[in-house]
Design a protein around this ligand. Structure first.
Ligand code: HEM
Length: 503
């Protein structure tokens, strides 16, 4: 009898928790926002998931965010499955959440589950509060200016070797190459990150690059599908071995094994840093000293290293792919960039700290690409406590604990309010020295640690590629953006590549 009562009470409690999680909590939080005059819509249980899913499968990812912005404005309430959220492209709200009130916010559950599935949960990308400070302090020195400058010769060397291979292939075939730029840039940016922060050469034996490239492609695709199946949304379900989980785990394991090889090479003294100061592996391995607080376990080291491999190559790769795409589709911009690159590289045979700084239009093209087609346009946070944020129009909004904030950078970046002729790809807007609302690398304590590295390598890659080769888009291909992690071309991007000058 008592057992039945206890079981029944337990069952009622579980049912209450589920109803509270899926219905009562999202409704209450959204009603609170609506009562404060925040526009939006409440759709029980699924929220906007099905609309995003529809667009994703119709190859129109993120379009619904544009439609909702046109309907409701720069901040509005809605929900993604059971998660009540404030979706925003308002610079005031962004500053409040990422900077002023940052202590009240953590990365949200989607980010944790999305990246956690691939990288585990203990790394700089997912750490919070004191743990985040510890990870950040440890890895920061690698990305200081002096250390970065010492990486320039390594970057130039890796890019030269890579492009020499294209040149060889062109000579062999005496006609242009047809390349999947998406794949090529993945291999190149992987080789650079491996060279600069792991001291490893991966182009001669491409097996490590092959492992990371193929597994990441599969894993990102599977993770995307899980989001739109509403599975990833529930952390407990996300960790069960259902719906492609086995494939994701297999990809993760293969990538971890590849990175482990590099860690072991360093432990055995077979590789060393190629930059002036310590590289990532030096920093991580040095921490197993006496100070227990500072100590990273072998598992932590592996998680952190894999985080840097993935975060450190996929976003610059996406940036360069789209930069090339907008160059070939904007001939005037292409010509202007070509003039700058030829003038800097013809006069100076080598790219050095000084000559890289002369590539001002190249930098403007990259910034315009970040504005026009941001590689990582969604920043997601969850309020860990009640707090009040302030929008650009002066409105104060009370945010309750448990509300998610979805920051949509691509809407802000195309807003006529902040950008003149916002739908025109015009790098010259970045030549004038005015401050604008561009947050390509985030903002506040979680701002991208690799931003200077990314800009430096992207500038050098673009300059060297354009100096030696001419690019032409192959007509008739389907060019569609994928979502989830980075906004890369979902079906790749093929180009014809002609040689301009030999090596
Ligand atoms: C064009 C290239 C890149 C873009 C657009 C980019 C973008 C971003 C953004 C927007 C964030 C903030 C995420 C948030 O606040 O939720 C971030 C964080 C991060 N990025 Fe990048 N990133 C790029 C390149 C890199 C590179 C080259 C590395 C490593 C070498 C890197 C490593 C990281 C890490 C570890 C974090 C987490 C930082 C923290 O939470 O303290 N990123 N990135």
């Amino acid at each position: 009898m008592w057992l039945t009562i206890i079981l029944f009470t337990l069952l009622l409690y579980v049912i209450y928790r589920i109803i509270n999680f899926w219905i009562i909590r999202p409704y209450t939080i959204q009603r609170d926002l609506a009562n404060q005059g925040v526009p939006g819509q409440y759709t029980p249980i699924v929220g906007d998931v099905l609309r995003h899913r529809r667009d994703y499968y119709a190859d129109k990812a993120l379009i619904y965010l544009e439609e909702a912005n046109a309907k409701f404005g720069d901040y509005y309430h809605t929900s993604f499955g059971p998660f009540p959220c404030l979706i925003t492209s308002d610079p005031g709200v962004i500053e409040s959440v990422l900077k002023t009130n940052t202590r009240f916010y953590h990365k949200n559950v989607l980010v944790r589950e999305l990246f956690g599935a691939l990288l585990n949960y203990e790394n700089l990308l997912l750490a919070e509060d004191d743990n985040h400070t510890r990870h950040r302090q440890l890895t920061n020195p690698i990305f200081q200016h002096q250390n970065l400058n010492s990486m320039i010769p390594v970057m130039v060397d890796r890019i030269s070797n890579f492009l020499a291979q294209w040149q060889n292939d062109i000579n062999d075939k005496t006609s242009p190459l047809t390349l999947d730029i998406s794949k090529e840039m993945s291999y190149l940016t992987l080789d650079i990150i491996f060279g600069c922060v792991f001291g490893v050469e991966t182009m001669k034996d491409r097996s490590i690059n092959d492992t990371i490239y193929h597994n990441l492609q599969i894993a990102f695709d599977e993770v995307e599908k899980r989001i739109y199946n509403v599975i990833l949304i529930i952390p407990i379900l996300n960790r069960l071995p259902i719906l492609w989980k086995k494939r994701i785990d297999k990809c993760k394991q293969d990538m971890r094994n590849a990175v482990l090889q590099m860690i072991n090479l360093r432990k055995q003294g077979l590789t060393k840093a190629t930059c002036k100061g310590p590289d990532l592996l030096d920093q991580l391995l040095v921490t197993d000293g006496d100070n227990k607080k500072e100590k990273f376990s072998d598992e932590d080291i592996l998680n952190e290293a894999l985080t840097f491999v993935i975060a450190g190559h996929d976003t610059p790769r996406t940036l360069i792919i789209w930069a090339l795409y907008y160059l070939v589709t904007n001939p005037d911009v292409y010509q202007e960039l070509q003039n700058e690159v030829d003038s800097v590289l013809s006069k100076n045979q080598e790219l050095t700290v000084t000559t890289v700084s002369l590539l001002t239009y190249t930098e403007a093209v990259l910034k315009e690409t970040l504005r026009y087609h941001h590689p990582a346009p969604l920043l997601l946070r969850t309020a860990m406590a009640d707090n009040t944020i302030v929008a650009s129009d002066g409105k104060q909004i009370r945010i309750r604990k448990g509300t998610d904030i979805f920051i949509v950078l691509n809407i802000l970046n195309r807003s006529e309010k902040y950008w003149h002729e916002s739908n025109k790809f015009d790098p010259s807007r970045f030549l004038e020295n005015h401050v604008n609302v561009l947050f390509p690398f985030g903002y506040g304590p979680h701002t991208c640690i690799g931003q200077n590295f990314a800009m430096l390598e992207s500038k050098i890659i673009l300059a060297m590629m354009l100096h030696h080769f001419r690019f032409e888009l192959i007509p008739g291909q389907k060019i569609v953006q994928g979502t989830a992690v980075t906004v890369r071309p979902k079906y790749g991007l093929s180009m014809r590549v002609w040689s301009r000058s030999g090596f």
